[in-house]
Ligand binder design. Sequence first.
Ligand code: BV8
Ligand code: ZN
Length: 301
Amino acid sequence: MASSNIEAFREALRSSKHIICLAGAGLSAASGIPTFRGAGGMWRKYDAMSLATPTAFRNNPSRVWQFYHYRREKALKAQPNAAHYAIAMLSLPIFRNAIVASDDSTFSLVTQNVDELSRRALRTVQSRLRSQEGTPNLGGSTINNDPSPTELLEIHGSLFDLLCTSGSCRTVEKNYNSPICPALKGTEEIYESNAKLPEPDIPIEDLPRCRVCGSLARPGVVWFGESVPQVYLMHKIAMEADLCIVVGTSSEVYPAAGVAQIVREAGGKVAVFNIDRTAGDENADFLFLGPCEETLPAALG
Ligand code: BV8
Ligand code: ZN
């Protein structure tokens, strides 16, 4: 039976050395980003899962791009919340080593979210401390202030990666333009309001194009049925972890949902932070029910 005793969790945290955090849409809920399955309904008119597939994009690129444009605009206006920052602080060796009383502990955040809010939170805490004198060992790569590839795995990609769909070009670029193209401007309102406004059918030539070859571009996210590029790195980190903190995920999407089981089978402990009960949480060592933007800072504080 999972414990909800914070002191016992803190004891487990203190005696861990390799921490992995697995995050899902519930981590960003307090930032105003709708979850996939939550009451808010990612995109009320459609089931998000039916739109996050290569087939949906092939059959109706206009609708799929409106879905991603809607989420890009939401994410651009959103701010990381207290749970993002509580996790981000664990990425700072100077902070983490003080908790786990070891100077060679490791931390990895594996997020299923594509909103880049965790990336922003890690960048903020790492650059803020880096800007103070004499605090050299802050984690992250000093080059572009970005978290290192093992500190942050955005395993389902990013709303702000733009991929060329031409097999001979395959350009990938970061794109934070709002809107990403003129034809999508304002379509987010149609989906925000309950008005039964007609869905625009945007001609394919007016959808986002590759800057290099002009082909149709797609969002740089991993769709259902597509392989997860960082799955091996994720599994390697999970097998070496002695504590897994699972935050705000329904634990229904694989391979991410398998991480906690891998940590448990390798002898590690699992702590679940969720507003509701979820698949497999009865096997966790710790279960903290409530909004993670409150429970996580309280537990890690
Ligand atoms: C793969 C990016 C194999 C896009 C996402 C048939 C064919 C192929 C594969 C499959 C198949 N059947 C099943 C599969 C496997 C499939 C899968 O797992 N399906 C599920 C539905 C059973 N997985 C895949 O397809 C993966 N690829 O298997 O490839 C392969 C190998 C080789 C070659 C080819 C193929 C790829 C999966 C990635 C899909 N892309 N995202 C986009 O975002 O648009 S998944 C997407 O949905 C999210 O990223 C996220 O991962 C998932 C939603 O899950 P959650 O994050 O958990 O969010 P959810 O809304 O469900 O839950 C929110 C939780 O938060 C709730 O528990 C709620 O209680 C809680 N909460 C809410 N508020 C708070 C809170 N908790 C705390 N505090 C709060 N305030
Ligand atoms: Zn191209």
